[in-house]
Design a protein around this ligand. Structure first.
Ligand code: FAD
Length: 487
């Protein structure tokens, strides 16, 4: 049986392990941590449960597909569809419930923001067309194989290129709305891949279609159940996991990747897949091998500063996903991407899974995941930045909710970009690999195969097609198909 080694048990690593096992490989996953899941991890503290990383779940069929590979295995994973995607709050008292049904969204948004229904409706219809035109080329296939460019789907995307919004920024596209609050609401989608709306191309206006067209979901036992259920499935089908065994080196001979070395020993394999961020894959595991300079020099996506707060009371006006918007969005992004600092008026995202899973907090309490977008780790004084951010966050929550939230924080855990970098080897603590702050970003992402080293493949959020749960799962699918095609 051919042997496959996977470096890292993030979502991309887990999904690739399952796909290769399904194709008949003997699969071993090496993981530096004592747990599987990478950024998709959770903690319990003082009676509260917190998902540490992702909180928004879209395209759940990509997880179902992995479970469906092994129909004989009893492994439960279930989720619900949300009617409301997000609750939005502004300091001037404006509040908006964003329904995931397009008609409902258009009706409510048109009324509140005094925007013609036709403008909002055609924006969302355009979002759907852009998603459908580009997903096959940019998300579902390798961008680095000639065969990708000889298909009807690609031809369609090329013919429609002038209508894809490649020449404008997302903010410029979103100026179609007269009400700046609606522009801000749609600008936020740039953060779904860690980019700035003032730099990312207008084609990113396809992202709202994921929420308003396809829907947002919630896994019934929290986000952690995505990685946990895949890990459990992998162990049931015979994937071997070697936890706390960090890979130090990828060995090669005559342009053929042959084995990996850990502190314990060297392990040979027919196929090696790195789920480690592409930057340290070259800088730490392939130190003697020429690295693709342009790819590694790409600007990194934003990181995050998160306060996990056990709150000793309930807030009926809040839902699973809540956004408290900054009064000055351009300045916030200028801080994140140019000044590498935090604005004093950040947009705050509050995720509360106890709204759906009551056992995530003690009775009458809520588990708040309070996140602001942050620059990557460039050696800033994080202690000082965290203290200031905490004060600014509390001030803003108090203004938007008319309460003194500091009186209700029963327990606290903090995660900053340095922690994210340390725990997952994600270069600079980036959440989504490289940023999409220019129109060529998709083409500059590292391919899922290694151009110089045969038998070495790359999977996960720092390579094609990009970061976020759905794209990591798609990267595993592309990688497993490439491996099969090469065998
Ligand atoms: P990672 O999760 O990065 O895991 C890589 C694994 O490799 C880790 O387990 C690491 O320990 C291991 N590893 C690294 N080096 C070695 C080595 N040398 N030897 C052995 N093991 C090694 N996505 C969404 O879709 N929705 C969201 O709402 C969302 N929010 C997010 C919020 C936060 C705070 C964070 C951190 C991320 C968020 N994301 C979100 C992004 C999403 O979590 C990631 O894109 C995705 O989980 C990355 O998966 P990955 O396959 O790239 O692997």
């Amino acid at each position: 049986m051919a042997k496959a080694i996977i470096i890292g048990s993030g979502l991309g690593g887990l999904a690739t392990a399952l796909r290769l096992k399904h194709k008949g490989y003997q699969v071993t996953v090496f993981e530096q941590n004592h747990y599987a899941g990478g950024k998709l991890h959770a903690i319990k503290q003082d009676g509260y449960r917190f998902d540490l990383g992702p909180s928004l779940f879209t395209l759940p069929h990509l997880v179902d597909e992995l479970h469906d590979l092994f129909p004989a295995i009893d492994n439960s994973f279930s989720y619900i569809k949300k009617d409301v995607g997000c609750h939005y709050f502004w300091e001037d008292g404006t509040r908006f419930k964003a329904y995931t049904d397009q008609k409902d969204f258009v009706n409510h948004a048109s009324k509140l923001f005094r925007e013609p229904k036709s403008t909002i409706d055609s924006y969302l219809t355009n979002s759907k067309s852009r998603y459908n035109l580009t997903k096959s080329l940019f998300l579902e296939k390798s961008l680095h194989k000639w065969s990708t460019y000889f298909s009807l789907d690609t031809l369609k995307a090329i013919v429609n290129a002038p209508f894809l919004g490649l020449l404008n920024t997302l903010d410029e596209e979103n100026k179609v709305f007269k009400n700046p609050k609606l522009t801000q609401l749609f600008n936020r989608y740039a953060t779904y891949n860690g980019s700035s709306p003032y730099q990312t191309p207008g084609i990113m206006s396809m992202i709202p279609h994921l929420e308003m067209g396809i829907g947002t979901y919630y896994p019934q036992h929290g986000m952690h159940s995505i990685s946990q259920s895949l890990y459990e499935l992998a162990t049931k089908v015979g994937v071997e996991f070697r936890f706390r065994e960090s890979v130090d080196k990828i060995n090669y001979n005559n342009n053929l990747a042959t084995s990996i070395t850990t502190a314990l020993k060297t392990y040979k394999a027919d196929i090696i897949v790195s789920n480690m961020d592409i930057y340290p894959t070259y800088k730490k595991l392939l130190t003697q091998y020429p690295a693709p300079k342009k790819t590694l020099e790409q600007e990194r996506s934003s990181s995050a500063l998160i306060f996990y707060w056990g709150i000793d009371r309930e807030f009926p006006e809040l839902d699973l996903h809540n956004i408290l918007f900054s009064n000055d969005y351009p300045t916030e992004f200028d801080h994140i991407f140019n000044k590498k600092s935090l604005s004093n008026d950040p947009t705050i995202y509050i995720n509360i899974t106890s709204k759906e899973t009551k056992t995530d907090a003690p009775a009458g309490c809520e588990n708040w995941f309070v996140m602001i977008n942050a620059p990557g780790n460039y050696g800033q004084n994080w202690e000082e930045m965290i203290n200031t951010a905490r004060k600014n966050i509390i001030l803003k929550i108090n203004k938007c909710l008319g309460t003194d939230i500091s009186q209700h924080i029963a327990t606290e855990y903090i995660l900053d970009p340095c922690d994210i970098e340390k725990k997952t080897s994600s270069y600079r603590g980036a959440l989504y690999g490289a940023a999409s702050n220019n129109k060529f970003a998709a083409f500059l992402r590292h391919p899922n195969f290694n151009k110089g080293l045969k038998n070495l493949y790359h999977v996960g959020g720092s390579v094609h097609p990009g970061g976020g749960i759905p794209l990591c799962l798609l990267s595993a699918q592309i990688t497993a198909d490439l491996i099969q095609d090469a065998s």
